[in-house]
Design a protein around this ligand. Sequence first.
Ligand code: THU
Length: 136
Amino acid sequence: MDKEYLVQRAVEAMKMAYAPYSNYFVGAALLTKEGKIYTGCNIESSTYTPTNCAERTAFFKAVSEGERNFEAIAIVGGPKGDIRGFAAPCGVCRQVMAEFCDVKTFDVIIYDGKEMKSMKLEELLPLSFGMADLQK
Ligand code: THU
């Protein structure tokens, strides 16, 4: 997996953000195990609640196209698209990732404009609740 390229795609996706309320732009690039990349940006709403994060936009695009096997996601964000600091995924997005990925192997890559950090989803969502818990 080319992490630099995945981050670059997230940076490009960030430019598509629709964030007139927070002015915080986020881009995500989701890599399937077959090597396909789905990008996403955050999409806000004047009523706030319907706002969709970049990560979930990428996941919903991919899942709605039939994808089920994911390897990694790269995420970048910052005010007006100026990357300042790491944009770690919110709790809701972590849960959505866990719905479709193996928390032990799925990589979450964040980039602050200088340094890249890569971690397993399990580190961001320990003791996660999932489908298996409903079948106990
Ligand atoms: N946002 C994301 O797109 N991903 C995250 O994981 C955290 C937050 C967006 C939502 C909202 O449009 C803006 O960032 C400020 O919260």
